[in-house]
Design a protein around this ligand. Structure first.
Ligand SMILES: Nc1ncnc2c1ncn2[C@@H]1O[C@H](COP(=O)(O)OP(=O)(O)OP(=O)(O)O)[C@@H](O)[C@H]1O
Ligand SMILES: [Mg+2]
Length: 345
């Protein structure tokens, strides 16, 4: 049995977790920065970095004590090394380097997106490579063929906003606060998903890429015209987003080499309507559908520890202590930029 300490600090959650190779989360702790950022309607990088610096060490101490373990019991220290807000990533990575050096344990520098991409395998021991992954989070909206640990073929990406970003902006327009996804989902339950005519950007286009900027602008116009209730706007937005996801994922699956399952991960995978829609889509292709339990969808350190375990198990070497934090770090470095995507490709 192998034990890894995971550290996550790439956005607005400071997190630490201890995970074993037999898929047990011995202890985990997350300190959310919601209160600090909510007055601004989004994450302020400088505030985030300072909050990570204050909270991370006590959190690590807490999970070690809770699990009755010490650093000496760990086989490796895994930390998010990018992509993300660079100040926060540096706090987590430097902490991990110091712990690795002090305890003479290997450092595993983890791509945060690889954490999301492998998180379904922490919860589901039957999930085998290769699988089709819809990765929908605050900063990303991609379809990948997950072929093995460290082996990701990006099939589609967003040419503008990420899906989580679209949920957050819709929440801001409707005055629901930050983070917006769960609030939009809750309000949508009281609304009529057909009430507000909203666009489905890129639906039926040949390449399976995503676009959500036009949908967000349409939500703003629908709100400003004053004819619709907030609940109807939330429900109609969620339905439009789901229609886009289903159409784009259907397109991607139609052109993809064989996979064992359709999988959804990342913060937006916590959305029940989206999970249900994807389950139906998987059935169309005779594929099982899986998504991690809700606490493993949004940012957490258990998925980072798990990615470290997967990398150890697959024979990847430890990372050097001089390794740099990376604000950008694509999972598939060979992917062609999506047409029209600009820097977000
Ligand atoms: N129930 C939900 N419905 C829709 N969206 C949700 C739900 N829960 C969380 N989200 C969205 O998920 C996003 C957060 O996910 P996550 O923590 O994975 O993103 P991130 O780490 O900020 O971005 P990335 O992983 O791309 O770097 C937010 O945009 C949030 O609004
Ligand atoms: Mg994330």
């Amino acid at each position: 049995m192998t034990l890894v300490l995971g550290i996550e600090s790439s956005c607005d959650e400071t997190a630490a977790a201890l995970v074993t190779s037999d898929r047990r989360i011995l202890a985990q702790a997350i300190a959310s920065q919601e209160e600090e950022h909510s007055p601004y309607g989004g994450v302020v990088p400088e505030i985030a970095a300072r909050a990570h610096a204050e909270r991370l060490a006590p959190l690590i101490d807490k999970v070690l004590k809770e699990a009755g373990k010490t650093l000496a019991d760990c086989d490796a220290i895994a930390a998010t090394a990018g992509p993300g807000l660079i100040g926060g990533v540096m706090v987590g990575l430097v902490t991990a380097k110091a712990l690795a050096m002090a305890s003479d344990k290997p450092l595993m520098a983890i791509n945060h997106l690889e954490g999301h991409a492998l998180s379904p395998r922490l919860a589901d021991s039957d999930l085998r490579f290769p699988y089709a992954l819809l990765l929908v989070s605050g900063g990303h909206c991609q379809i990948l063929r997950v072929q093995g640990v460290g082996n990701y073929q990006r099939i589609a990406t967003t040419i503008d906003d990420a899906l989580g970003e679209a949920f957050d902006k819709t929440a801001k327009i409707l005055g629901l606060g930050y983070p917006g996804g769960p609030a939009v989902e809750k309000l949508a339950r009281e609304g009529d998903a057909q009430a507000v005519p909203l666009p489905r950007p890129l639906v039926h286009s040949k390449e399976p890429h995503f676009s959500f900027a036009g949908l967000k602008s349409a939500v703003l116009r629908a709100h400003d015209c004053g004819e619709h209730s907030d609940a109807d706007i939330a429900a109609s937005f969620q339905q439009a987003a789901l229609d886009c996801i289903l159409d784009r994922t259907r397109r991607a699956l139609s052109g993809m080499d064989a996979v064992s399952a359709l999988v959804c991960a990342g913060g937006v995978a916590a959305n029940q309507t989206i999970r249900a829609g994807l389950e139906g889509l998987a059935a169309e292709f005779d594929l099982p559908f899986t998504a991690p339990p809700l606490p493993l969808c949004t940012d957490n350190a258990a998925m980072i520890a798990w990615a470290g375990l997967e990398r150890l198990n697959a024979g990847f070497a430890a990372d050097p202590l001089e390794l740099k934090a990376r604000p950008r770090w694509p999972l598939d470095p060979d992917a062609e930029p999506a047409r029209g995507a600009g820097v977000k490709a």
